[in-house]
Write a protein that binds this ligand. Structure first.
Ligand code: DOR
Ligand code: ZN
Length: 345
């Protein structure tokens, strides 16, 4: 049987939530990832260093016994963030600030209304060498939801990179050929995370034959031509600029299967297996380790994980549902179907 041993991966974009939900989802990530970059969009959001350090303690307390998993903490950028906060964050070991344009996605109400008013804050991020993680979508109601990433590039991303050339930017969960091109053409201070869903699915998987609420996430799935460019980007000549970030974002089944369904896909249960499928289908399994375990660590200035994990080419059934605390259930990505790789734990 085909096996593949790689350096233990990191998930550079993860939603863990809090309380019972945190306890329910964390073990899935902790058993396959060495580290994860923890998104700060809690209710209320993680805006201060004290908030982040307290959240980190709750994550560590929720880990299974003996786990060596390390959460990498981030702060939620708001209109009130200051250069001082950036210095404080750096000193406390916070790895990044996350931009949610106000109204862009789940719990983004406290997000930034005008990024150009925060240029001094971004300049301090560059000076402190702390990363700037970007949810790259405009929220202007006049812009079609499928165009929001492409418009963001022109209206925000390019001008910001020009104004603050030393800023280290992760263009998060990219979904379009436009974003892949921007990253490939930018300097080495710009990289991107890519989710399993945006590499595996297109908007037909969301809308053909009935609305599939479990495939609804933000940025929304795009057309097949974009998916193909993303696969080419993560396996191609400039693939060192792209890395694993699942954006695994749990929502209760009842909140997904709803007249106004929440955005987010829970992929943490079989994340590396899904990526293995993607790289295998692209004939690029030899590039999986760099994408999953090296490129992100390098960009974040971290050592590679000391352990390895072994994937076996043996199909596994993905559970149709996973308990989510308080009697709720989660429907994982591929739930009730199979994934062609299995991690040997
Ligand atoms: O689909 C998404 N879900 N996209 C995001 O940007 C946020 C996330 C969440 O927190 O549920
Ligand atoms: Zn996210």
């Amino acid at each position: 049987m085909q096996t593949l041993t790689i350096i233990q991966p990191d998930d550079m974009h993860l939603h863990l939530r809090d309380g019972e939900a945190l306890k329910a989802v964390l073990p899935f990530t902790a058993r396959q990832m060495g580290r994860a970059v923890i998104m700060p969009n809690l209710k209320p959001p993680v805006v201060s260093v004290a908030d982040a350090l307290a959240y980190k303690q709750r994550i560590l307390a929720a880990l299974p016994e003996g786990s060596t998993f390390e959460p990498l903490m981030t702060l939620y950028l708001t209109d009130k963030s200051t250069p001082e906060l950036v210095r404080e964050a750096k000193a406390a070991g916070i790895v990044a600030f996350k931009l949610y344009p106000a109204g862009a996605t789940t719990n983004s109400d406290s997000g930034v209304t005008d990024l150009f008013k925060l240029i001094p804050v971004l300049e301090e991020m560059a000076a402190q060498n702390i990363l700037f993680l970007v949810h790259g979508e405009v929220t202007d109601p006049e812009i079609d939801i499928f165009d929001r990433e492409a418009v963001f590039i022109e209206r925000v991303m390019k001008p910001v990179l020009e104004k603050v050339p030393g800023l280290k930017v992760v263009f998060e969960h990219i979904t379009t050929a436009d974003a892949a091109r921007l990253v490939m053409e930018a300097g080495d201070n710009v990289a991107a995370s890519v989710t399993p869903q945006h590499l595996l699915l297109n908007r037909n998987d969301l809308l053909v034959g009935g609305v599939r609420p479990h495939h609804y996430c933000l940025p929304v799935l795009k057309r097949e031509s974009h998916r193909k460019v993303l696969v080419a980007a993560v396996t191609g000549e400039k693939s060192h600029k792209f890395f694993l970030g699942t954006d695994s974002a749990p929502h209760a089944q009842s909140a997904k299967e709803n007249a106004c369904g929440c955005a987010g896909m829970f992929s943490a249960a079989t994340a590396i297996e899904l990526y293995a499928e993607i790289f295998e289908n692209a004939g690029a399994l030899n590039k999986l380790e760099a994408f999953a375990s090296k490129n992100g660590a390098r960009f974040y200035g971290l050592p590679e994980n000391p352990r390895t994990i072994t994937l076996v080419k043996r199909p596994q059934q993905v559970a149709p549902k996973v308990p989510f605390g308080n009697g709720d259930a989660l429907v994982p990505m591929r739930g009730g179907e199979s994934v062609s790789w299995t991690v040997e734990y």
